[in-house]
Design a protein around this ligand. Sequence first.
Ligand code: NAP
Length: 305
Amino acid sequence: MAQIYDLVIVGSGPAGLAAAIYAERARINTLVIEKGMVSGGQVLTTYEVDNYPGMPGVGGYDLGTKFREHADNLGAQFAEDEVIRIEDGGSVKRVICDHETYEARAVIISTGASHRKLGIPGEEELAGMGVSYCATCDGAFFRKKVTAVIGGGDVALEDAIFLSRICEKVYLIHRRDEFRGAKSLQEQVFAKENIEVVWDTIVDGIAGTDRVEALAVKNVKSGETREIPVNGVFVAVGITPASRAFEGLVEMDHGYIKAGEDCRTTCPGIFAAGDVRTKPLRQIITAAADGANAVTSVEHYLMEN
Ligand code: NAP
């Protein structure tokens, strides 16, 4: 254990890299711990990003790489390791990783979240080619097209409503005969003429060669199978925050680390930024904004402690 850093940032997606950029500019002695060999988080596997201001249509991989280069050019230090847990020793936090233990006065957790997958044929092969996990991000690519949303929670209902304004038609495919999502959202769904709810139905496969062409679906009550031709499919069956390593350290809500816009958690000196934090909108831009806000809170914390 060579030194006590002022700040350790766990995770190198847009939140972690924005935090690294702000920390370097603030001359805070910082180490970024990243799990994989490449930085960027979920952005890296996004085919095209069309809602990041000033960079219309940028490839996800290119944007993630640019974030990393920016942090590198400012002198950010990175370590490749996996965090197992964090111990709160008051003024010094111990970040216990697979290979090493690091010590820091403050920690920003920016480990992100991952979209739950269906695990059906075609899902992985056609990801980014019509299979999407984010209607706000990718909906605009399906203007006047036919799409399907899979799921019955708040996100699926919101996605279907959002897409109904862009697409010619939206199938909302749910495995049961009632939605889990909010009643107010259900009312909006039922009022939309171009949303067709397909109840009691599971999707067995996604077909297409280099674009999504159709869904193979099965009615779980009648056993009837059929194909629904679509140009795109939005999977909205829940997301999983990457927060297990921090259970017991900070308070959580459904696995999301409880923190406001200042990114302060219930544990002083521990901050949460990006998709892993409780927040209404999980996007690259809100993750990057969190990184900036978190470092501002860290600066105040370091001055006060
Ligand atoms: P969610 O509430 O967990 O809903 C997931 C939906 O996907 C459920 O309808 C579930 O079906 C379905 N599902 C799960 N696995 C499936 C599978 N393998 N095949 C087919 N369907 C599957 O997740 P969410 O909609 O992402 O929302 C996450 C959390 O954020 C929730 O607590 C939600 O209330 C909250 N949220 C709130 C708002 C808001 O307040 N405006 C907006 C967005 C999200 P079953 O119903 O049959 O289980």
